[in-house]
Design a protein. Structure first.
Length: 458
C-alpha cells in the first residue's frame, strides 16, 4: 500500500507539542518528505534537545511559544493527546478550518503490514493492551504495544522491521482525531464517567469512545464487556462480530465461579489462581485480552495456541502504579495505585483490598462525586486521608460514611498521617481518584514519591 498524500507537499504540517509522540511524528513526517513546523510552550532542557534534533532533520521548531498565525495557515495540524481542545493552537486551527489529526492518525498512514488490535475503555486499557502483546509474544509472534501505553505509533512506523501485530491503546482524546482507525480487532473494556474537566458531559466523552466503531462493517471483530450496561448499549447497533466477556455472567469468555477457571471459547483456559494479578477487574482484563488474541486469528485457537496463551497469562506481571504492592513495612502493606485517576478505578481497587485499609484520596478534582465510593469504603476502609485540591469535596462527600482526615498539599505529611493511622495487619492504599497535576508532574511521579516515602515511613 502506498501511503496517501496527507497534504499537498507545498503545504506545511504543524505539530503541536514536542513530547515523545510529537517528536516521533515529526521524524516520521520528515522521513516522508513533508514540510513541518513544530512547537511547544515548554522550555525544559529536554524540549530544547528535542528541538535541536528535529531542526537537524529539517523541521522548523519553536520552543517556549506557538506561532499561532503560522499554525492557522498550515495544511494539517497534528496534536498530542496532552493538548486540550481549548488550547490556543487547536482552537485557532478549528476556527480557521485547518484539519486536525492525532499522531496515531498520521502514523496509521505509514503502517503497512502489521495488523492492529485496538483497545479503549475508561479503565484497564493499559493493562489489557500490555496483556494482548504479551500473549501474542507467548505464541512466538512478533508483537508490539503502542499508543497511549507509551510507545507512540509513529515510533513503530519508523522501524525498518515492522512487527506482525500491534496492540494499540487508544484514549478518548486520540480517538477523537483518528478517523481512519479500522482495527482487525477492537476491544472496549468498560465505560464510566471520566475527564469531566475536559468534556462538557459524559455523553460527549462516551461519543469519543464510540469512535472506535466508526468504520465498523460486516467483517469487523469486536471484544466487548457484557457486565457493563453502557458498553452493551453502545455496541447494540454496531456491525460485525461481537465476542463478549464477563466475570459474572455466561459469555464466550467468562469466569466459572464453581471451578474457578477462566473459560474461553468453549473450554477452560486457566485457573484464576494461576493468573498472578490482584482484583476481579484484572480477571476481566485477562478474559478480554485472551478473547481478543484468539478472535484475531484462527491459528490462535488451536490446542497448542491455547496452551501458549495460558502459559503467558501465568507469567504476566502487574504494571507499576496499578495496585502494585510496594512492600510490607512494619506489618503494614503499602499499595501504589497512583494510576487510579478516576472514581471508578478507585472503586475496584478498594473492592480488591483484603485488609482494613487507610485510603489516600486526593489531587486535582475532575468533576465526579466521591459519594459513589461510599459502599466500597464502608466495607474496607477505616480512614480516608483527603489531600490536595480535592480534599474539601472528598471530605464533604465521604464524612457521612467514614472517618476523614483533611490535609493540604504536603505529601510527606499525608504519608506520616497514613503511617500513624495504619496498624499491624492493615494496609495503606494510594488510589487517589484524582489527577496528580496539583502536586506532581504526573501520576508516575506521585507513585514514585509514595514508593520512596513508604519505605522511609517504615
Ligand atoms: P487505563 O490505561 O485505562 O487507565 P490501567 O490498566 O492503567 O487502565 O489501570 C488503571 C487503574 O484502573 C488501575 O489502577 C485499576 O485501579 C483500574 N482498573 C484496571 N482495570 C480495570 C477494569 N477492568 N475495570 C475497572 N477498573 C480497572
Amino acid at each position: 500500500m502506498t501511503p496517501r498524500e496527507l497534504v499537498p507537499r507545498e503545504r506545511e504540517i504543524a505539530v503541536i507539542g514536542l513530547a515523545r509522540s510529537g517528536r516521533a511524528v515529526v521524524m516520521l513526517l520528515r522521513k516522508h518528505g513533508y514540510t513541518v513546523y513544530a512547537s511547544d510552550v515548554a522550555t525544559s532542557p529536554e524540549t530544547g534537545k528535542v528541538a535541536e534534533e528535529l531542526r537537524g532533520l529539517g523541521a522548523v521548531v519553536d520552543v517556549g511559544r506557538h506561532h499561532v498565525e503560522r499554525i492557522a495557515r498550515a495544511g494539517l495540524v497534528v496534536t498530542s493527546p496532552g493538548v486540550p481542545p481549548s488550547a490556543r493552537p487547536t482552537s485557532t486551527s478549528r476556527e480557521n478550518n485547518v484539519p486536525i489529526a492525532s499522531e496515531v492518525e498520521v502514523a496509521l498512514n505509514f503502517i503497512d503490514g502489521p495488523r492492529i488490535i485496538a483497545v479503549t475503555g475508561t479503565n484497564g486499557k493499559t493493562t489489557t493492551t500490555a496483556l494482548i502483546a504479551h500473549l501474542l509474544r507467548g505464541l512466538d509472534i512478533d508483537a508490539a504495544e503502542a499508543g497511549n501505553i507509551g510507545t507512540p505509533l509513529s515510533e513503530i512506523a519508523l522501524r525498518e522491521q515492522q512487527p506482525k501485530w500491534i496492540s494499540l491503546e487508544m484514549s478518548s482524546f486520540q480517538l477523537h482525531d483518528t478517523p481512519s482507525l479500522k482495527p482487525a480487532v477492537g476491544v472496549l473494556t468498560n465505560l464510566s464517567p471520566d475527564h469531566l474537566d475536559r468534556y462538557s458531559s459524559v455523553e460527549e466523552y462516551f461519543a469519543d469512545k464510540a469512535r472506535l466503531f466508526a468504520n465498523a462493517d460486516a467483517e469487523s471483530v469486536w471484544v466487548v464487556n457484557k457486565d457493563d450496561k453502557a458498553v452493551v448499549r453502545m455496541v447494540r447497533d454496531v456491525g460485525g462480530h461481537k465476542h463478549w466477556f464477563s466475570v459474572s455472567k455466561k459469555a464466550e469468555a467468562s469466569l466459572d465461579a464453581r471451578t474457578g477457571q477462566l473459560v474461553v471459547m468453549g473450554a477452560p483456559l486457566l485457573a484464576r489462581a494461576d493468573f498472578p494479578l490482584l482484583g476481579q477487574h484484572n480477571v476481566g482484563n485477562a478474559l478480554a485480552a485472551s478473547l481478543a488474541v484468539m478472535a484475531a486469528d484462527r491459528s490462535h485457537q488451536t490446542p497448542k495456541a491455547r496452551k501458549g496463551i495460558a502459559k503467558a497469562l501465568t507469567t504476566f506481571r502487574s504494571l507499576p502504579h496499578r495496585l502494585e504492592l510496594v512492600g510490607e513495612f512494619g506489618g503494614v502493606q503499602w499499595i501504589n495505585d497512583s494510576k487510579a485517576t478516576n472514581v471508578s478505578s478507585t472503586a475496584v481497587a478498594i473492592d480488591g483490598m483484603e485488609r482494613p485499609t487507610v485510603l489516600l484520596l486526593g489531587g486535582r478534582h475532575k468533576g465526579e462525586t466521591y459519594a459513589t465510593l461510599a459502599d466500597a469504603v464502608r466495607r474496607k476502609v477505616k480512614r480516608v486521608i483527603a489531600y490536595g485540591e480535592a480534599a474539601t469535596i472528598i471530605a464533604t462527600d465521604l464524612r457521612p460514611v467514614v472517618d476523614v482526615v483533611r490535609l493540604g498539599d504536603d505529601f510527606e505529611e499525608v504519608m506520616r498521617a497514613a503511617r500513624a493511622a495504619a496498624n499491624v495487619g492493615e494496609a495503606v492504599l494510594l488510589s487517589p481518584a484524582c489527577s496528580s497535576y496539583d502536586m506532581f508532574s504526573n501520576y508516575e511521579e506521585r507513585g514514585e514519591r509514595f514508593r520512596a516515602l513508604a519505605a522511609k515511613e517504615a
